[in-house]
Ligand binder design. Structure first.
Ligand code: NDP
Ligand code: OXD
Length: 304
């Protein structure tokens, strides 16, 4: 019977029933525990806030199963030699699609003008149709591609950019410049890696059309904060809706809080959901026990 260490104690109340149920549905008879002799642990279910940082004693552990999609806080851990799987959870994806579509529609329809209108201005200007509002998504993985599908179903013309060449998408520096230059709404859904840090610097932000809007539910480090503030102050970027930050919680004195062109959401774009993510964990434990390849294995060299 595999021994699973649930090394995310604060999340245990959410997973206490869902994880055993999912394991049992997958035909796995496992013991799940919050504390164990490291030498006996077969799998570790992990969240970045976990106190577990030294993986050296976990000599028989077949995989570390991350509860988060982003792995930047664990991927570089030098003691981690076990396979690391990130989370691709239908519940998390659904949440991200809702956040991205919701915030895209807010800006596309100019909702703020009507929600806060103390001067009672009667401005009957109709917004353009979605088909006239190009959206670019940087990062076309599990989350970016689901958001692209949802936006396209509303008729937004979506340009996707990712690291590797794929049909119907852009890649590379030339592709990035092209993707930015048409983006009236830009969505950043890249992982934080050495390659993506400060990807949106002053030079690349300057390629966006005047009045562009940025939605960043990816990671704070993707955008150079000062370059973004300068572009917002200049009015070149009309608004930035930011869910993720270099330091979280966002410090009280950070200029993003008070900037009139910034909306801060507190890293709530999407969360792994216990029932659906438990099924993903259970499937990976099943695979590990059957000697099959794990799902969503992280490439340590690439960092995602
Ligand atoms: P995936 O690994 O499925 O997708 C990552 C995408 O980014 C891929 O398309 C990949 O390209 C692309 N990419 C990676 N590196 C580069 C690069 N150097 N240049 C261009 N493209 C690159 O991740 P997910 O879609 O599951 O998640 C994306 C991120 O979203 C997470 O890493 C996390 O940071 C963030 N997130 C935020 C949440 C929130 O609540 N705010 C919740 C969940 C996730 P390729 O396809 O070629 O490999
Ligand atoms: C994640 C997140 O990476 O919630 O899953 O940010």
């Amino acid at each position: 019977m595999p021994l699973i260490l649930f090394a995310a104690p604060t999340l245990w109340p959410e997973y206490r029933d869902a994880l055993p149920d999912a394991l049992s549905d997958a035909g796995i008879d496992a013991r799940i525990t919050l504390e164990a002799d490291p030498a006996q642990v077969d799998y570790i279910v992990y969240a970045p806030a976990s106190p577990l940082q030294d993986f050296t004693p976990y000599t028989r552990t077949k995989a570390v199963l991350n509860l988060w999609a982003g792995v930047e806080r664990i991927v570089g851990n030098p003691t981690l030699t076990q396979p690391l799987c990130r989370m691709v959870d239908p519940g998390l994806t659904e949440g991200m699609v809702e956040w991205v579509v919701g915030h895209t529609l807010r800006h596309h329809l100019g909702m703020d003008r009507h929600i806060v209108n103390p001067a009672r201005v009667w401005d009957p200007t109709c917004p353009p149709l979605a088909r006239e509002r190009p959206v670019t998504i940087l990062g076309m993985g599990a989350l970016g591609s689901a958001c692209a599908d949802a936006l396209r179903s509303l008729n937004f013309p979506v340009t996707g950019w990712s690291r590797t060449e794929k049909p119907g998408q852009l890649h590379g520096e030339h592709g990035l410049r092209k993707a930015l230059s048409s983006a009236q709404i830009l969505v950043t859904l890249l992982p934080k890696t050495p390659e993506t840090e400060n990807l949106l610097n002053a030079d690349r932000l300057s390629l966006l059309p005047n009045g562009a809007v940025i939605l960043n539910p990816g990671r704070g480090a993707l955008i150079d904060d000062d370059a973004l503030l300068n572009a917002l102050d200049a009015g070149h970027i009309c608004h930035a809706t930011l869910d993720v930050f270099r330091v979280e919680p966002l410090p009280q004195d950070h200029p993003f809080w008070s900037h009139p062109r910034v909306t801060v959401t507190p890293h709530i774009a999407a969360d792994s959901r216990a029932v659906t993510s438990s099924r993903v964990i259970a499937e990976n434990v099943r695979r590990g026990e059957a000697g099959e390849p794990f799902l969503h294995l992280v490439d340590r060299a690439l960092g995602y």
